[in-house]
Design a protein around this ligand. Structure first.
Ligand SMILES: Nc1ncnc2c1ncn2[C@@H]1O[C@H](COP(=O)(O)OP(=O)(O)OP(=O)(O)O)[C@@H](O)[C@H]1O
Ligand SMILES: O=P(O)(O)OC[C@H]1O[C@H](OP(=O)(O)OP(=O)(O)O)[C@H](O)[C@@H]1O
Ligand SMILES: [Mg+2]
Length: 285
């Protein structure tokens, strides 16, 4: 029987969350220590542990069918690779930064400047789109140090919290792109393995929806139930059950996790009590 081949970052920022999402979709992996290849016990899946930067080529060559990878790496090295699913972790930006003390008005200020980066294709495309010519210095890591040692006037690198920029006395002046971890698909995937991918994607979607949602339970006097139903976003028809205490009901609903803190005061002002907010493991809609 055919198996879907998936590439996961061997070690680094994506590894743990990638393994966690496979676990959350019910796939258990037989993982020997330091193994570069492993098989799932209960799903037709083979896992290859690879360097993030090498994965686009493996996808292009059809060595692996799918991969969990940063979108930014696909922009840099994998233009013809499709994204099946955004996975909601490892959010970051690829940005231009310059020394804090330098003035900056527009992209044109980069004309003729030296830019240090590990993402030359991304930077070249950005410069071309903006009709700016600059000189690239390609380095593999610790890019933020380049302006301080006189190697460059500006850098293009990943920014997340901004603390690396801050520590190196740099400021972000342009955001070239926003990125998160994605499930990327090889253009060479067979129809047999595409069918396995569809099953994996169905499970992923159910887990991702659940991660973004919360199950809310609350109690309210019966005469407030209609008002509270109007406040709870996104649910056409919450469950309403009578409480043992006369004149009171329990309301159950699913809401987007980001909405909860926005509506909590409104719920309380409208008579909601005993509000419970619970995580959801899976959502099949
Ligand atoms: N500070 C950060 N915060 C959030 N996400 C990040 C951050 N830095 C990188 N990422 C994302 O995680 C991915 C992996 O980053 P990481 O630093 O672990 O790998 P790498 O050194 O670029 O790759 P390799 O596996 O080839 O060594 C990046 O491609 C990017 O999408
Ligand atoms: O905005 P921040 O939250 O500070 O994150 C940004 C930093 O994180 C990444 O480096 P990483 O720690 O992965 O080191 P690396 O250069 O060895 O990959 C990236 O290259 C930046 O340097
Ligand atoms: Mg890194």
């Amino acid at each position: 029987m055919s198996k879907l081949k998936i590439a996961i970052q061997k070690s680094g920022r994506l590894n743990e969350d990638s393994m966690k999402i496979l676990k959350d979709v019910g796939i258990s992996i037989d993982n020997g220590k330091d193994q570069l290849k492993a098989s799932a016990k209960n799903f037709p899946l083979e896992v290859f542990y690879l360097r993030n930067g090498d994965i686009p080529q493996y996808l292009k060559d059809g060595v692996v069918d799918v991969a969990i990878i940063g979108e930014n790496v696909l922009v840099e090295k994998g233009q013809d690779i499709t994204v099946a699913e955004k996975l909601g972790f490892s959010s970051c930006k690829v940005s231009v930064a310059i020394p804090k003390g330098k003035s900056y008005n527009s992209i044109k200020d980069l004309e003729g400047k030296r830019i240090a980066t590990s993402y030359p294709n991304t930077v070249n495309q950005f410069l071309k789109d903006n009709n700016v010519k600059a000189n690239l210095h390609i380095i593999n890591g610790s890019v933020e140090i380049a302006p301080n040692i006189g190697l460059a006037d500006a850098i293009v690198d990943i920014v997340s919290s901004g603390s690396t920029l801050f520590k190196n006395n740099l400021k972000e002046v342009e955001v070239i792109l926003k990125s998160e971890a994605v499930l990327a698909v090889s253009p060479q995937i067979s129809s047999e393995n595409q069918a396995i991918l569809n099953k994996l994607q169905f499970r992923l979607q159910s887990v991702l929806k659940a991660r973004n949602s919360r199950y809310v339970l609350l109690n309210a006097p019966n005469n407030k139930v209609d008002d509270i139903i109007n406040i709870l976003p996104g649910m056409k028809s919450p469950t309403v059950l009578p409480l043992a205490e006369e004149g009171w009901s329990s309301l159950h609903s699913v809401i987007n996790k980001n909405d909860f803190w926005e509506i909590i005061d409104e719920l309380k002002d409208n008579g909601a009590e005993g509000i419970l907010v619970c995580p959801i493991e899976n959502m099949v809609l």
